[in-house]
Write a protein that binds this ligand. Structure first.
Ligand SMILES: NC(=O)c1ccc[n+]([C@@H]2O[C@H](COP(=O)([O-])OP(=O)(O)OC[C@H]3O[C@@H](n4cnc5c(N)ncnc54)[C@H](O)[C@@H]3O)[C@@H](O)[C@H]2O)c1
Length: 266
């Protein structure tokens, strides 16, 4: 679980309400960035459905959000993003408990290695299945419910969906696919008042990156992001403050994709 959700979250605050009354379903929300998105959205007045394979972590987080808000605003559902029926159950749970669905955050993902030469075919398929098809299936399940009142779909891509990413063929292909799926769906779903945007984080401190050897010299701001910094963007996109934004791909990367960050002595 993220530092943000381990420490005092301020979730009991009632002075902020940027997404009051909205219902948000977040995939991969038992830990890492997804958990932070769930906390932030609940903190700002949303009802949140936490979907993940990790039942214990997900239930614990939902219980913690409910305890801290003193209200029944969080629900955990077991969700495998590669399974269309699992998505149907998650969307039905959101509608059954909270009466609708306004926000979908397609956040679940895995990070796999390998160039075209050495990536295993099974690993390629698994990465595309979770990181790209998972988004497609989530949207497919959510859109029929969102169509009546409109909504906001936030697809979590990566800077690997904005530039090439060495030794990450499947991951980069999936994350670029998310960008294409997002822009195309913005065209298709705009007439229903459903907005679709993609978020492209750079390096973020989460369990996914905990074991990686990372350097920050190429990042103008010189550090990784905290999960809450990404959640602040997700909150904006979930809220009506972003009501004229759709089809956008937004880098949130400390400047990592701004250009070639040559050393001064290079
Ligand atoms: N951490 C980073 O530096 C970084 C940078 C750019 C983009 N991202 C993306 O952000 C998203 C969240 O990453 P994170 O760093 O929080 O990762 P994480 O590994 O900490 O969390 C990912 C969550 O997704 C869940 N998940 C995996 N497969 C699933 C499936 N089939 N069904 C449902 N849930 C599943 C995991 O159980 C986990 O809770 C991912 O899409 C990732 O690619 C991460």
């Amino acid at each position: 679980m993220s530092a943000r959700t381990d420490s005092g979250t301020g979730i009991g605050r009632t002075d902020a309400g940027r997404v009051v009354g909205k219902v948000a379903l977040i995939s991969g929300a038992a830990r890492g960035m997804g958990a932070s998105h769930a906390v932030t959205l609940a903190e700002h007045g949303a009802n949140v459905v936490i979907g993940d394979l990790l039942d214990d972590e997900g239930r614990t987080l939902a219980g913690k959000i409910n305890a801290e808000t003193g209200r029944d605003v969080a629900l955990f559902v077991h969700l495998d993003v590669t399974d269309p029926e699992s998505w149907q159950r998650a969307v039905s749970a959101a509608v059954g408990r909270f009466g609708g669905l306004d926000v979908l955050v397609n956040n679940a993902g895995i990070f796999t290695r390998g160039s075209v030469q050495d990536a295993e075919v099974d690993e390629w398929r698994r990465t595309i299945d979770i990181d790209l098809t998972g988004n497609f299936l989530g949207m497919k399940a959510a859109v029929p419910v969102m169509k009546s009142a409109g909504g906001s779909i936030i697809n979590i891509s990566s800077i690997a969906g904005l530039v090439g990413f060495k030794n990450r063929a499947a991951y980069a292909a999936a994350k670029w696919g998310v960008q294409g799926l997002t822009k195309t769906s913005a065209l298709d779903l705009g007439p229903y008042g459903i907005r679709v945007n993609s978020v492209h984080p750079g390096s973020v401190d989460t369990p996914m990156t905990a074991g990686l050897k990372r350097g920050f010299g190429q990042i103008p701001l010189g550090r990784a992001a905290e999960v809450s910094e990404i959640s602040d963007l997700v909150l904006f996109l979930a809220s009506d403050e972003s009501r004229f934004m759709t089809g956008a791909n937004i880098a949130i990367d400390g400047g990592e994709t701004a250009g070639n960050n040559l050393r001064e002595d290079a």
